[in-house]
Every structure is written in C-alpha cells, then in structure tokens.
Design a protein around this ligand. Structure first.
Ligand code: NAX
Length: 325
C-alpha cells in the first residue's frame, strides 16, 4: 500500500476545520486508496479544542487515517507536508479597516509561508481558505521563494459550487449537466460568476441578462452574508466541501470538456496583472492547475473582471506598502 500523505490543516479547531477533518480522514480529499496523516496547527489557546477534535477523529476509526499530530508552531506543522490547507485566519472585527485586516493576516500568512518554504515536501500544494483568501495566499507565496509559485492557490470553489447550484435551480437541470461556469477575480463581493461560456448538453446557456445582473450574480457573490443571516454562523460545511473538491480536482484532474474555478497565480492572461492570485476558469491534469486560454471575453464580462481585479491590485498594493510581500 501507498505511504501516507501528510496533510496540514490550520485553524483545525474552528468550524470549517470541524467539517473538513472528518472528510479528509474518510478519504474524500485524495481518494479511497490513499492513507493520510493529519498535522493540525492551532494557536496555543485553541490547542486543547483541537485535541478534542482529534479524540473524535480517533473515535471515527477511519481506516485511511494513519495518525494525527497537533502543533502550535508553524515550522513543525508544515515539516514534510504534502498538502497544506490554510483555513485559520484573523476575522474582521468591528471598526477594522481593510488595511488593518490585511496587516493582521500578514502576521499569520508570512510565517506560514516561511515555514512551508523551510520544511514542506517538494510536492507541496497549498490551498488558502482563510480570508481575505487571495491576498493571504499572495503573502504566503511571496515568503516561499523556493517553492514554485503555482503551488499556492486560494479557494473560489465554494463560489463556483454556489453558482452551479443557482444555475441548476434556474434551468431545472442537475449540477452535473452544467459545464464551463467560471468565477473570475477576488473571493469577495466583487467576484464575477460568469455564465458566458456555460453549457448544458453542449448548448450555450440561455438566460436573460436581467436575471444575471439582478439575481444570479448578487446571489452568488453575497451568499456568504445570506448564510450568516440565516444560520447565525458563517458557511462551514459547504466551505469544507469546496476545499475537498479543490484539492481532489487538483490531484485527480478535471473531466474532458469541462473546467472548474480556482484562484491561481496570474501569468498575465486576460489582462490580469502577472503575479496576483486571482480566480480563473482552470483545468487540472498531472497535478497542475492551468488557466483556460483563449476565451473570448464579452464587454459585460470584461467590465466585471476588471472591477474585481482592480480590488485585488489594491490589496496587493496595500500589503506591499505594509512590507508584507
Ligand atoms: P473559526 O473562527 O471557526 O476558526 C478559525 C480557527 O483558526 C480558530 O480555531 C482559530 O484559533 C484558528 N487560527 C487563528 N489564527 C491561527 C493561526 N495563526 N494558526 C493556526 N490557526 C489559527 O472560522 P471558520 O468559520 O472555520 O473560518 C475560517 C476562515 O475561512 C475564515 O477566515 C473565513 O473567513 C474563511 N472562509 C473562506 C471561504 C472561502 O470560500 N474562501 C468561505 C468560508 C469562510 O468564510
């Protein structure tokens, strides 16, 4: 049998961690034939809660779970790791400006990037979930100069899945019948969920522009706030599910004739400045995500993509001024 794959999860005692760890342990992250070793990173105050989650993981008697270690030091947590899920982040508190938020998160993602650079396995793949996810990923990536930049990604798969769900309801078709949806830009309210290239049974999707602008786009972009309003807590199980999907696809590939969405380091495609971590339609093969090339971008899409990318550029400029990248 295969040697266990080391998976580091930060923010392991949080609510996404609680939903995510059991699915990793059950084999859904990498496949039913791949044993995993979990390395949990928490802040010292939350280590005890992480130990409680680890006790429950033990109690799941998962055949593929080869061990659990808990750390409060990033250097140790990322030692030898193959897959890193960076979930723990500093949330925005009342009265906090965006710059303060970015700075607080720089204090988390800079040392984590350094620790990944110093000790992770050579095949390391990093998914940043903790918000502001795109820019947190950029901070971590810029402190890991020895790791290929394209190993750092941020999660927009939840937005992609939300878009699939909304379109599937609108069209009365199963989510599996919808191909080539895409999330562009930042994982924030400026994101652009695009149906421009979407297909059902090989046909382009026919929905009216008014529905797109006043219903579909805002529903997807503001879904996080709607969940908080309804549940009293932010999305957790759906976020965990999307993180599982993101890594599973990265490792196992996308289907022929389809793509998914992920925030990856821009190579300058579609006028997105090189180096920022922005969401694109992507395919995966051979353990690599690649930006889908050569798509025609209509005028409406162009304006939406530009607006979200402008926000990412502003975030990058802010963290640059703060000396975080
Ligand atoms: P919780 O507050 O429940 O858990 C976060 C955990 O991270 C806490 O246990 C905390 O102790 C830990 N933590 C904080 N700093 C840490 C550090 N330096 N090292 C290790 N652990 C640390 O939040 P939860 O609901 O689990 O959400 C986690 C993050 O995901 C948040 O930033 C949230 O905004 C983000 N989300 C991102 C989504 C996406 O699509 N990209 C969607 C869901 C979610 O909102």
């Amino acid at each position: 049998t295969q040697a266990p794959v080391n998976v580091t999860v930060t923010g392991a005692a949080g609510q996404i961690g609680y939903a995510l760890l059991f699915r990793i342990a059950s084999g859904q992250l990498l496949g039913q034939d791949v044993p995993v070793k979990l390395r949990l990173l928490e802040i010292p105050q939350a280590v005890k809660a992480a130990e409680g989650t680890a006790m429950e993981l033990d109690d799941g008697a998962f055949p593929l779970l080869a061990g659990i270690d808990i750390f409060d030091d990033p250097k140790q947590a990322f030692e030898g790791t193959n897959i890193a899920l960076l979930v723990g982040a500093r949330p925005r508190s009342k009265g906090m400006e965006r710059g303060d938020l970015l700075e607080a998160n720089g204090g988390i993602f800079k040392p984590q990037g350094e620790a990944i650079n110093a000790g992770a396995a050579s095949d390391i793949k990093v998914l940043v979930v903790g918000n502001p996810a795109n820019t947190n990923a950029l901070i971590a990536q810029s402190h890991a100069p020895d790791v290929p930049a394209d190993r750092f990604t941020a999660m927009t798969r939840l937005d992609h899945n939300r878009a699939l769900a909304q379109l599937s309801k609108k069209l009365g078709v199963s989510v599996t019948e919808i191909k080539k949806l895409a999330i562009w830009g930042n994982h924030s309210a400026t994101q652009y969920p695009s149906v421009q290239h979407a297909e059902v049974a090989g046909q382009s999707v026919d929905v009216d522009q008014a529905w797109l602008e006043s219903d579909f786009i805002p529903t997807v972009a503001k879904r996080g706030a709607a969940i908080i309003e309804a549940r009293g807590l932010s999305s957790a199980a759906s976020a965990a599910s999307a993180a599982i999907d993101h890594v599973y696809t990265w490792v196992n590939g996308t289907a022929d004739g389809d793509w998914t969405s992920a925030a990856v380091v821009s190579d300058g495609s579609y006028g997105v400045p090189e180096g920022i971590i922005s969401s694109f339609p992507v395919t995966a093969a051979g353990g690599e995500y690649k930006i889908v090339q050569g798509l025609e971008i209509d005028e409406f899409s162009r304006a939406r993509i530009d607006a979200s990318v402008a926000e990412l550029v502003e975030e990058r400029d802010t963290v640059q001024k703060l000396g975080l990248i």
